[in-house]
Ligand binder design. Sequence first.
Ligand code: PRX
Length: 609
Amino acid sequence: MTADMPPSEVRPARDPVRKNIALLAVPPNLRDYDATCAGFSWEAAGSLLDGLPGGQGLNMAHEAVDRHLHEGRAHKVALRWVGKDGDRRELSFRDLSEETNRFANALASLGVQPGERVFVMMGRQPELYVAVLGALKARCVVTPLFSQFGPEPIATRAEVADARVLVTTPELYQRKIQGLRARLPGLQHVILAGAQGAAIPATYRWDDVVAAASPAYTIGPTDPESMALLHFTSGTTGRPKGAVHVHAAVLAHRVTGIHALDLHDDDVFWCTADPGWITGTSYGILAPLCSGVTSVVVEAEFDAQAWYSVLEREKVTVWYTAPTAIRMMMKLGVQAVQPYDLSALRFAASVGEPLNPEAVVWGLDAFGLPFHDNWWQTETGGIMISNFAAMDIKPGSMGKPLPGITAAIVRRRDDGHIETIDEPMVDGELALRTPWPSMMRGYLHEQERYAKCFADGWYLTGDLARRDVDGYYWFVGRADDVIKSAGHLIGPFEVESALMEHAAVAEVGVIGKPDPIVGEVVKAFVALKPGYEASEALRRELLGHARKQLGAAVAPKEIEFRINLPRTRSGKIMRRLLKARELGLPEGDLSTLESDEVKTSPVSPGATS
Ligand code: PRX
């Protein structure tokens, strides 16, 4: 924690949402929290997994797909896909097994080796799910990439990971990737799903290499500790970090599916997240499939009415969504929900950003169910802290640690050691006792950055939190400058770097500006090079440049010109000071301030897009 950090926001106290297990439609998996935690061991939980036949190790895709063929679910619907135009497609566990076998065979026919990186970048269409699981069968390392990324975030991630294969669509390829091929010499194979007509040079059509491949495949021996997924996340500085997850993580997906999401065999589950972000992989693909439930996949982007229709028509029973979407639904009011029969819905959960206490309670009014907030990170691989189905909810709290997870509020001492803060309601850094199965095993090629996350047997999350007397955890804020917008983690450095590439820009500082719907919007402060005049036209040009390079989800929504920006003596732009001034908060400790910004801006300050 640094001295110049903005003061934490204390959430309003609300009455707890009481639970009466006897009144719940389905008895929860986790009924007695303390007893389950006391009796839990990851070793014993290992019996929930099947393992590869013949003791050949552990493979995520076997647990998610193939095991169900001999457990009586071959004909059960694994994925129910709802397309943008309302078309639907169902894949049974057998269909999914065969499709993913074809994909694994296609990789083999291209000479792709286990351990090589396969990037999958497309909207939520069936091929995405087939490619991710098929590549896991082939023991490749999978990186799902957000399809709305611009060329720059794609290229950076592909360079860091040395991507060998990319699975995408013709449209995304032509718009974003073709122009990057020269920069990515390691990218040997591009497979285009839905490609029709004449082949695009240097690519393969899905139908030629995947659909034509054999539906029979045997997964090779898989070391549970071998790399399976590489998910990129952002820090305050430097390139995005590739968090390494291994096949053994699947045990955490399975266990958290049972305890945090309360999945039962006959559930219809809908995770609204995109697999380009880890929630959409861990809980949009792995956890529900491992649990053998039917998972709904919706291709279209958020639209409240369309979402209510999906909940009604597909008879969704368990729904995992995010605060930004919930706040957008709240704006439309309870009356927008009333025409729909949502009686199948029995459990609703939320993740990714702070969930307002009023949103938890709004769930009760709108759906007859509270939203159950839970907390985790790309680095933790799965849900770590959660409000459980059988437990009273304190609105505004993230809940309690999962069975098998020990959390604490800690302070980093100057000598590098960790001190736990045992008194309740004291702010500190949220830490988790190592290890657990889905804990990241590294940041790819960045041992030093990885090592900094751990001390004295604790993983340090970089989040500030407090714990109350009943053991509930409350989110306070981030200890760093990383921005959370609509649930997406955005590194300010990545945004600054893209703006710095513009000829007019001398220096940039990027902050997250609080927003009532998306949590934070990205705002950039820009100082221009001599010879350039701040103007509305230039502001628009810079917004457009950033959007083209980074994609809409990452690019700043606001740009404000400054004559210069506040810097530390070592030359670092003081984003915290920019933010404190933007928000009218105390400026904190300015002892390291070298040059101060000129506060008046040459064009109308606060001008937005
Ligand atoms: O700051 C916390 C916030 O999201 C960060 C993790 O983001 P990401 O790595 O993209 O993880 C995605 C998987 C959820 C955390 O460090 N965060 C996550 N959940 C919550 C949250 N902040 C407040 N409340 C939450 N429930």
